[in-house]
Design a protein around this ligand. Structure first.
Ligand code: KG4
Ligand code: ZN
Length: 356
């Protein structure tokens, strides 16, 4: 064990100056078991994702214990496929990266323990990566020209924040949600409307058929800060639906989805706009699953075009959970000498976004 740690540290330090770096990344923070091989932080050689969406659909959301069990069933074959599809051998790998948080404890532990085993057996460094940083990195593999500094709107299932990405490993939180994340809010609204999990994509789809004609009993809070609050809006939509149901009145789900989506995207865009204008931002990056939302993309595109800001939207396949984004971020961690983990690494349900 002592030998492993010493060798891993030497190999990790050597990555700073190594020309070509091949990282295998493991991601299991929620309901996707994913393994990927990434070269030099930007080139995705393989990107295997085993989704559990169909399994969790019948429960209307992710059941943590079920997620953990299914990660265990899927992870070895995902690993094998990722190596095969990348057309490499495991001995070619320079490091193993793994999401250690944020996410579901039991689900994360499956990936963490798998990655520890592979790192030890191949005698290579283990790099512990924050899932949220991975979502930012999804943009480095989507846009080869993107380099920091930039502003980032982080809109995931677990986080909603405006970030200042000063450098790859220098990230500051400017504002974040004080209660629910925007993804949670999409999923909750979908659930109350009886729509399948995950709710975000369904709301996005049916909103296109609806009208923005419902005035929910809601006033945007936290006006003069970069912080967000979505629980009031979520409650307003839930109350609206329950009220209608009690009165046996018909609910137009498309209109509810459209009116809700307009409000939520307005909130996100207004704060982002304010920050960009105040700080004279030249590059804006969107990260996280809700970044797939077509209306959010449309509104941000319009604003950026008008104001001469270059907008970077992650490729849809890297928007939601995948391991390629983790492999990309691990490369930048390694180049900056951070993230080396030993074999006592454990999972963390919550991690700080700020670093550097
Ligand atoms: O970023 P992500 O993988 O979650 C965390 O890392 O926490 O994103 C998952 C979230 C879910 O809440 C899902 O409903 C939402 O992203 N989502 C969307 C869309 N596609 C996924 N929300 C709105 N519109 C979409 N098109
Ligand atoms: Zn995610």
């Amino acid at each position: 064990m002592a030998d492993y740690l010493e060798i891993a540290k030497q190999k990790f330090d050597a990555l700073k100056d190594k020309k070509d770096v091949l990282i295998l990344a493991v991601e299991s923070s929620c309901d996707e078991t994913a393994v990927s091989v990434v070269k030099n932080g930007r080139e995705v050689l393989s990107n295997v994702v085993a989704s559990q969406i169909e399994i969790h659909k019948r429960f209307g959301g992710v059941v943590p214990e079920v997620a953990s069990r299914n990660h265990i069933l899927a992870i070895s074959s995902c690993y094998k496929r990722a190596i095969e599809e990348a057309k490499i051998e495991s001995k070619d790998l320079d490091a193993i990266a793994v999401t250690y948080g944020a996410g579901l404890m039991g689900a994360l532990l499956v990936g963490v323990n798998f990655a520890k085993t592979v790192a030890y057996s191949l005698n290579i460094p283990l790099i512990a990566v924050s899932h949220v940083h991975g979502h930012i990195s999804a943009n480095y593999i989507s846009h080869q020209d993107l380099t920091p500094p930039f502003a980032c709107l982080m809109v995931s299932g677990g986080h909603t924040a405006i970030l200042n990405v000063e450098d790859y490993c220098k990230i500051k939180v400017i504002g974040s949600t004080v209660d629910d994340s925007v993804g949670e809010c999409f999923d909750k609204v979908a659930r109350v409307l009886g729509l399948p999990y995950p709710g975000g994509p369904v709301i996005d789809k049916i909103a296109k058929e609806g009208l923005d004609n419902i005035k929910f009993n809601y006033h945007s809070p936290l006006k003069d800060t970069y912080n967000f609050s979505f629980s009031g809006l979520k409650t307003a939509v839930v109350n609206y639906v329950h009220n209608k149901e009690q009165k046996h009145e018909e609910i137009d789900k498309n209109d509810v989805a459209c009116s809700f989506q307009e409000l939520v995207t307005q909130e996100l865009v207004e704060k982002t706009k304010h920050f960009c204008e105040k700080e004279d931002v030249k590059k804006l990056v969107v990260a996280g699953g809700v970044g797939a939302n077509s209306r959010l993309r449309e509104k941000l595109s319009l604003f950026c075009e008008k104001n001469g800001i270059k907008l970077y939207l992650p490729n849809l396949k890297y928007c939601t959970d995948n391991a390629a984004m983790i492999g990309s971020m691990a490369y930048y961690y390694a180049k900056n000498g951070i993230g080396l983990a030993d074999l006592t690494l454990t999972a963390k349900p919550n991690v700080d976004i700020s670093i550097g």
